[in-house]
Design a protein around this ligand. Structure first.
Ligand code: FAD
Length: 318
């Protein structure tokens, strides 16, 4: 069976959920070979093996932390050369997408980004994407070279599938470009204690209808009752009510949670672009004609300041 390279997103050895989802998808098209780089790379092996990695290639060097993405591209290319895979899969994080693009250029391959599903096809993997600001759902395959595909978080269920997970050290020689851009400092964002927006199983978002930064407490309370992340429309972000890091949409983040709750959001095409692939969509809007109601599974026509607190209270009592 052909091998499929899976780029591992981890924090000091703790594998992040989108990588485990990638392993589920990788198994549909071949045998996953995971590539883990940087501090704690070897510590990822057990989790990766439990989810189907037949081999785990690891490398650690100061370059991975001290410089921007090129050292990681060098390492992934070394893995690519060593494995000759049928496809390369990466999560759709900002960093991994840059790594994917650079690798695709180097190996002369086509690339598909932000896939939301992946299946085996006669002529290579077929990826499902949401395209043109979510106006279309497309199925595509790479027709040149070995497909490089990035997959959005929450695109597949994590499934355990124990495999050998043999750990092998990857030999990497860094290119001249590797040390071209040095990281001078890193400032971790203050933690809200909520899940990361793009990885959360539930996202609760507020828009212009929230009508003020202080009123976002209503949205946050519902999010906390559900263990959800908080999102915001661009109108709410532009008004300075919520940080841009939480913006959902074409010029914000793209999310695909199990449940997306939009309150006081009209459903403009640019917002839909970032949330339309959510599995279940709920909207609260006082205008029954709001376009968001065209795509919801459940809609509540009402004032969010009446509806959302009642919902929060109901959930908290359960
Ligand atoms: P509005 O469209 O003003 O809708 C507010 C809604 O709240 C209305 O439907 C109203 O009925 C409802 N409402 C008001 N009060 C209440 C209440 N008390 N209870 C219940 N409902 C209430 N937008 C994004 O979101 N993300 C993007 O990434 C993005 N990128 C863009 C990129 C470009 C190039 C452009 C041109 C636009 C982009 N936009 C984006 C902006 C987008 O076009 C819309 O302007 C924006 O999404 C509107 O945000 P909204 O739904 O919160 O506000």
């Amino acid at each position: 069976m052909a091998e499929v390279l899976v780029y591992v997103d981890h924090v000091d050895g703790a594998v992040r959920k989108p990588t485990l989802e990638l392993l589920t998808l990788a198994r549909r098209i071949g045998e996953p070979v995971a590539v883990a780089l940087g501090n704690g790379a070897a510590d990822t092996a057990a989790a990766l093996a439990e989810h189907g990695a037949v081999r785990v290639l690891t490398a650690d060097a100061p370059e991975f932390a001290d410089y921007l993405v090129v050292p990681k591209v060098d390492a992934l290319q070394a893995a690519y050369d060593a494995v000759s895979p049928a496809a390369v899969l990466l999560p759709s994080s900002a960093e991994a997408k840059e790594i994917a693009a650079r690798l695709a250029v180097r190996i002369g391959s086509g690339i598909i980004t932000d896939a939301v599903d992946l299946e085996a096809g006669d002529q290579g993997p077929v990826a499902t994407q949401s395209a043109f600001a979510a106006s279309f759902t497309t199925k595509s395959r790479v027709s040149k070279g070995v497909p490089v595909i990035t997959v959005k978080p929450n695109s597949a269920a994590v499934e355990a599938a124990p495999a050998a997970g043999a750990v092998e050290a990857l030999t990497v020689s860094f290119s001249e470009q590797a040390t071209g851009t040095k990281v001078l400092s890193r400032t971790p964002r203050e933690s809200t204690g909520r899940p990361e927006l793009t990885e959360a199983a539930i996202v609760v978002s507020g828009g212009r209808g929230v009508n003020g930064a202080e009123n976002f407490a209503v949205i946050e309370a519902l999010a906390d009752s559900l263990g959800a992340a908080v999102g915001a429309s661009r109108a709410a972000v532009d008004a300075g009510w919520y940080p841009h890091t939480n913006q959902v949409g074409q010029t914000g983040k793209s999310v695909s949670p199990q449940l997306y709750i939009a309150s006081g959001i009209s459903g403009a095409i640019q917002h839909r672009a970032g949330m339309q692939t959510s599995k279940t969509i709920v909207a609260v809007n006082k205008d029954s004609e709001a376009p968001i109601f065209d795509l919801v599974d459940y809609g509540v026509v009402g004032d969010l300041f009446d509806v959302v607190p009642q919902l929060t209270e109901e959930i908290n009592t359960r």
